[in-house]
Design a protein around this ligand. Structure first.
Ligand SMILES: *Cc1c(COP(=O)(O)O)cnc(C)c1O
Length: 355
């Protein structure tokens, strides 16, 4: 495909919300990035255009059979005024891995990276300033072919939209209450668990709603076969610290390969901490709680970076972790990642890309 990105500027500009009034994913900027795919042409006509509705036939495959993938990353306005994307190449690589899993033609990684940098560059005024706020970036690919037969579509739309988002923790990082899910499963080995696709989110909604009705923030997913090994927490990867060792499940197909997960593992290894990517059963967690060696549990993901678990409910048992307070490893990891994102700490691993 031609490398040049066409730019059509919006003639009107939306009012920008105040930093203190920002929520998550409810406001979108003035422009979006779009490219099309047709079997004969490949990906073509990469462009930035005014934000607006997509032309979509009601027979479009995505609307019927959910052939779609997405990713999620952020741009931050640093304490030095510079705008940085956090590990965008890693997100592009994952978007393409998700695409291959869903029989969607992958994007040229160089062009996909340029789509993010170009769009954020055009919308730089939309990157909020207050600490903790950011510009959320949502690249998505959908199957657009109007055809009701079940097979991979022959046409697709790639688009990127941007949304200024508020601080995930306006009052500081806060531990959450989680319930172990015993009835529903999110993903099974051989399924879609390692692809970032809407179908996984659809599969998670009912469990999440039930947990919220019972007073929990989210569920902890167990593996779909034995209902024994821990998988993820809500839409985040999970880490458990037992007797000084940080344990997270391995990437065996049911786990989404989180960029934050990878960043956390890298930092812990660099610090010389004891880290294991291995299966961990819920019984091992319960036994550690009984033995008094269950030190910390936290989720990892782009939205919150790190989300400490203060309480875990399983079979009528309530495990209170670190007295419901943020643990030292949880806090240290949060500070390290957020420090790099906002340009407060040196980026020695070249994780950020300046816009
Ligand atoms: C996106 C996502 C994560 C977190 O990935 P990050 O790259 O760290 O944001 C974890 N689990 C699921 C199911 C996800 O969709």
């Amino acid at each position: 495909m031609s490398d040049a990105i066409r730019v059509v500027k919006a003639s009107t500009h939306k009012p920008k919300p105040k930093d203190a009034e920002l929520g998550f994913g409810n406001v979108f900027t003035d422009h979006m990035f779009v490219a099309d795919f047709q079997e004969e042409k490949g990906w073509y006509d990469p462009r930035v255009e005014p934000y607006g509705v997509l032309p979509l036939d009601p027979a479009a495959a995505v609307l019927h059979y959910a052939q779609a993938v997405f990713d999620g990353l952020k741009a931050f306005r640093g304490v030095d005024g510079k705008i940085r994307l956090f590990r965008p190449q890693k997100h592009v690589e994952r978007l393409n891995n998700s695409a291959r899993h869903m029989c969607i033609p992958p994007l040229d990684p160089e062009l996909a990276l340029r789509s993010l940098v170009t769009l954020v560059g055009i919308e730089r005024e939309w990157v909020p300033k207050a600490i903790g706020t950011s510009l959320y970036i949502r690249p998505t690919i959908i199957a657009s072919e109007p055809f009701l037969g079940v097979r991979p579509a022959k046409s697709y739309i790639y688009f990127v939209i941007l949304s200024p988002v508020g601080a995930y923790y306006p009052e500081g990082m806060a531990p959450v209450k989680i319930r172990v899910e015993e009835r529903h499963v999110r993903a099974v080995e051989g399924g879609l668990g390692d692809a970032k696709t809407g179908a996984n989110y659809a599969a998670s909604l009912m469990a999440g709603e039930e947990a919220k009705h019972e007073g929990f923030t989210q569920v902890l997913w167990l593996d779909g076969v034995h209902r024994k090994y821990i998988d993820e927490v809500g839409t985040m990867n999970i880490m458990v610290k037992i007797a000084g060792e940080v344990i997270t499940p391995p990437l065996t197909g049911t786990i989404l390969p989180g960029v934050t997960r990878d960043s956390v593992l890298t930092l812990l290894r660099d610090w010389g901490s004891k880290v294991s990517e291995r299966q961990i059963s819920i019984d091992e967690v319960v036994d550690a709680d009984t033995a008094g060696t269950l030190e910390e549990i936290f989720g990892t993901g782009t939205a919150a970076v790190i989300s400490p678990v203060g309480e875990l409910a399983f079979k009528g048992r309530r495990m209170v972790i670190n007295e419901g307070k943020i643990g030292p490893t949880t806090q240290k990891l949060y500070d390290a990642i957020v420090g790099i994102q906002y340009g407060k700490l040196p980026d020695t691993r070249s994780w950020t890309v300046e816009v």
